[in-house]
Ligand binder design. Structure first.
Ligand code: PA5
Length: 447
């Protein structure tokens, strides 16, 4: 069993000669990627990461996770973008759907909340209310160490920790994941003696889930990070070595580009498990930041199904024909609920008696794939055998590798993100940050 890609339902939209021609383009793009000869080649540390990571730091992550599990009821994970989405995607994919709400006996590990992913004072205050007077720790994650959203949240929770435990004890509850040498957070961590973990220089935020950025919070949640790395290593082996015809990541990269060249400007990633919502959020960042530049790119959108069949389903079936859909199919659901027979069939559901709820879910999925295909939305399928650490590692690597190849197919640098700076400049000017005075005057006139 493994994570697989299947475009059999989309073959009416794609000709064999197109696949043949795109195969050559994809293989050339792969060569640029693995020979590290393309744009952004100083950010390719993720390619070998699953087999070439810092084992000493990995052991320190596990030790820190065990300490947090033993001395904290709550962990606050502070970070945004690539310093946030991977950990959340993994924890929600791997653990209980109601992780923070289920009893401690079931969960066994600290509640985990996220901060610094918005600038909402209400969100921060409400999170402070949730923590109450319980024991907690903080993992502040910022590669640059200067991002405004997490920096503000960190000030708030650092102050709260210092008031509660005193400066010295608080420092033992703060874990900083940042650059190995540079940035405000690194300086602060050194000054205050926080335990620190490294975001490697050659791994960008959206490719960093399998570094300490993702691994520490994931380990605190009780998930097995060794299995996660093993799965990623298996994904790497397949992506690097299998021929195109058997290479799922390469085929995904190729097929989405064929569809893009036929005018499909939007890719909708669909899931049928609520716990995959944040995998989609992680994927949106991975593909959106990697490909959306130079006035190019496939717009990555996502839906949670069947939920959104009752809202966005109308548009997908029948609206502007600008999209293709990629369905993440969890082949074996984690839990089973059987629909029981009722003596009087008032709700008309007795025809499903004895069936697993997941059978209904899969029938909805298969029916929807055919309906959307009939509505001229090509449907691609990513099969995930089960929701465990190994397959998630494979899935992360599958998406990352396909993203690198796909970016080079469309001729962009998949590893930079120049566009995310523009809002920051305006925000700093409006906030009155020193050095932005002239810009501030100009902007105030426009508001
Ligand atoms: O992919 C990226 O580079 C961004 O999404 C960053 O991860 C995000 O802006 C957070 O940056 P930092 O880790 O420097 O705080």
């Amino acid at each position: 069993n493994k994570v697989t890609f299947d475009y059999a339902k989309a073959t009416t939209f794609i000709h064999d000669h197109e696949v043949e021609s795109m195969k050559g383009i994809a293989e050339a793009a792969k060569e640029v990627l693995v020979s590290k000869s393309g744009a952004g080649n100083d950010f390719l540390g993720w390619i070998d990461l699953p087999v070439d990571y810092d084992k000493e730091e990995f052991a320190r992550i596990q030790k820190a996770a065990a300490k947090i599990q033993s001395d904290s009821e709550v962990l606050v994970v502070i970070g945004i973008g690539g310093s946030y989405l991977g950990a959340r995607a993994a924890i929600e994919f791997l653990r209980h759907n109601f992780y923070n709400m289920v009893s401690k006996e079931v969960r066994k590990t600290p509640e985990i909340y996220y901060a610094g992913n918005s600038i909402s004072s209400t969100y921060l205050k409400h999170l402070i209310d949730v923590i109450g007077d319980r024991d907690f720790s903080v993992n502040i994650i910022s590669k640059s160490g200067t991002t405004t959203e997490p920096a503000i949240a960190f000030r708030v929770f650092k102050e709260m920790l210092e008031k509660k435990y005193g400066k010295e004890e608080a420092a033992k509850r703060i874990y900083a994941t940042t650059d190995k040498a540079r940035g405000a957070l690194k300086n602060l961590a050194t000054e205050e003696g926080y335990e620190s973990f490294v975001v490697p220089d050659d791994i960008g935020g959206r490719f960093s889930v399998l570094t300490a950025v993702g691994l520490l919070p994931i380990a605190v949640s009780g998930a097995d990070i060794e299995k996660l790395m093993e799965g990623a290593a298996a994904g790497r082996e397949m992506a690097l070595n299998l021929p195109f015809e058997e290479n799922d990541a390469m085929q995904y990269a190729a097929i989405r580009n064929i569809l893009h060249r036929k005018g499909k400007a939007v890719e909708v990633l669909a899931n049928y498990e609520p716990s995959l919502h944040y995998v989609s959020e992680w994927w949106k960042q991975l593909y959106g930041e990697s490909e959306g530049k130079d006035n190019k790119g496939i717009f990555p959108a996502a839906v949670d199904l069947t939920t959104d069949l009752h809202s966005m389903g109308q548009f997908i079936q029948d609206g502007s024909r600008i999209m293709f859909e990629t369905v993440m199919n969890v082949e074996e659901s984690t839990e089973e609920i059987i629909i029981n027979e009722e003596p009087v069939d008032l709700d008309g559901l007795n025809y499903l008696a004895g069936k697993n709820v997941d059978f209904v879910n899969k029938s909805a999925m298969n029916g929807t794939i055919l309906a959307h295909t009939d509505g001229n939305v090509p449907n691609l399928l990513i099969n995930i055998p089960a929701q465990n650490e190994f397959y998630l590692g494979e899935l992360f690597y599958f998406f990352e590798f396909a993203c690198g190849v796909s970016g080079y197919i469309s001729g962009v640098n998949p590893f930079n993100q120049p566009g995310v700076e523009s809002y920051k400049k305006n925000m700093f000017a409006l906030l009155g940050k020193p050095g932005f005075e002239e810009e501030r005057e100009k902007l105030l006139k426009r508001l």
